[in-house]
Design a protein around this ligand. Structure first.
Ligand code: PLP
Length: 385
């Protein structure tokens, strides 16, 4: 079997070693607790399941879906953007259904990146911003991101030779994994930068609905001129506990939406229409479950933040997302520390370097774990390490 050369350029799967250790631990009878994955532990709200139960009985939903999303779905996305952010969109040209935002991120590369073109990628972020480029022969420029710039990816330091070949830039706030949020002035600087250098901004707003202490994450498209240079991705995955349903949307700049739609129509055949119908209920129905989920994660954030000091870790207090991004003690790499936590405490945490070069020295703790398991995991780390 001869696989493509580009497969060799994919980075090693950093969870592979952890998975191996986890299986070994479980074989020894250890009750392993995972704080590794960002997959909501709570079920999808009942109102959405009920909508799906009706939609799945509709024979017209059993046929091929529309490539760009059903018009009722796209109208619901536009309506949600208007209700939530006051952003007005044309559902026909400025909204595109996605089979999860991961799918949209991956397919933006064939739409915008030729061989050897650069994508500007945050120093830590969702791994597909980088691997999506590798798979089509593109190059990544990592934008520095650390405590001293408040984890706001530094696009302004991009060298001129990279800029000459840069076509696309990913930003994502509230940020996975650092849980940083961005002031709107940062978005405005990014828009000016993208205009100057003719770069498409993709703002990944996967955590738009999870904010703490009264903070409600904004839309990038609220900013003046954003639509000239940007698209934004929203997902039902974290907002409505729907990771398994695979439904999201892209919106904003019509030319970029059209290009992404063209790629998609050659690769997939759209999201299951019954799932789109259920997502309409998710977005336009009673939103009280959204506030409840933020309150739940905020409580868990507080549990983790209270425990960190006694474990010897430090973290900034997250204002959103479902993660705590903790600095590890000196003398360890992220992978070593995550390995020790698993070895000694039987707890899985994600090593920061799995998210990009600026993640070295950190671990990511997921809040998508039931309270009792979270408390037990923290207790074990405190006593065993
Ligand atoms: C920042 C970010 N973007 C995108 C995704 C993908 O989400 P989905 O494909 O489920 O919409 C995730 C999932 O964890 C994420 O953290």
């Amino acid at each position: 079997m001869r696989t493509a050369k580009r497969m060799e350029n994919l980075p090693p799967y950093l969870f592979a070693e952890i998975d191996r250790k986890k299986e070994a631990k479980q074989a020894q009878g250890v009750d392993v607790i995972s704080l590794g994955i960002g997959d909501p532990d709570r079920p999808t709200p009942q109102r959405i399941i009920d909508a799906m139960a009706g939609a799945i009985k509709e024979p017209k939903n059993h046929q091929y879906p529309s490539y760009s999303g059903s018009m009722p779905y796209r109208k619901a996305c536009a309506e949600w953007m208007n209700r939530r952010f006051g952003v007005e969109l044309d559902p026909a040209t400025e909204v595109l259904a996605l089979i999860g935002s991961k799918e949209g991120i991956a397919h933006l590369f064939p739409a915008f990146i030729d061989v050897d073109d650069y994508t500007l990628v945050p120093g830590v972020g969702y791994p597909v911003y980088h691997t999506g480029g590798i798979l089509i022969g593109g190059k990544t420029h990592w934008m520095p991101m650390n405590d001293s710039n408040d984890w706001l990816a530094d696009f302004e330091s991009t060298p001129a030779d990279v800029l000459a070949k840069a076509k696309m830039m990913f930003l994502s706030y509230p940020n996975n994994p650092s849980s940083a949020i961005a002031p709107v002035e940062y978005f405005d600087r990014a828009i000016a930068f993208a205009k100057e250098h003719d770069i498409l901004i993709v703002h990944d707003n996967a955590y738009s609905e999870i904010g703490f202490d009264g903070y409600r994450p904004p839309s990038f498209l609220e900013r003046p001129g954003a639509r000239d240079v940007a698209i934004e991705l929203f997902s039902c995955s974290k907002a409505y506990n729907m990771t398994g349903w695979r439904i999201a949307f892209a919106c904003g700049n019509a030319e970029a939406i059209k290009a992404l739609g063209t790629v998609k129509s050659n690769i997939d055949s759209g999201a299951f229409t019954a799932v789109q119908d259920a997502a309409i209920e998710a977005m336009l129905g009673d939103q009280s479950d959204v506030a409840e989920m933020s309150a739940l994660y905020q409580r868990r954030r507080d549990l983790v933040m209270d425990a960190l000091g006694s474990i010897g870790l430090s973290a900034r207090q997250p204002k959103g997302t479902i993660y705590v991004w903790a600095r590890i003690p000196e003398g360890y790499t992220s992978a070593q520390y995550a390995g020790e936590v698993l070895d000694k405490a039987g707890v899985i945490v994600a090593p920061g370097n799995a998210y990009g070069p600026d993640g070295e020295g950190y671990i990511r703790i997921s809040l998508a774990t039931p309270d009792d398991r979270l408390v037990e995991a923290l207790e074990r780390i405190k006593t065993e390490l």
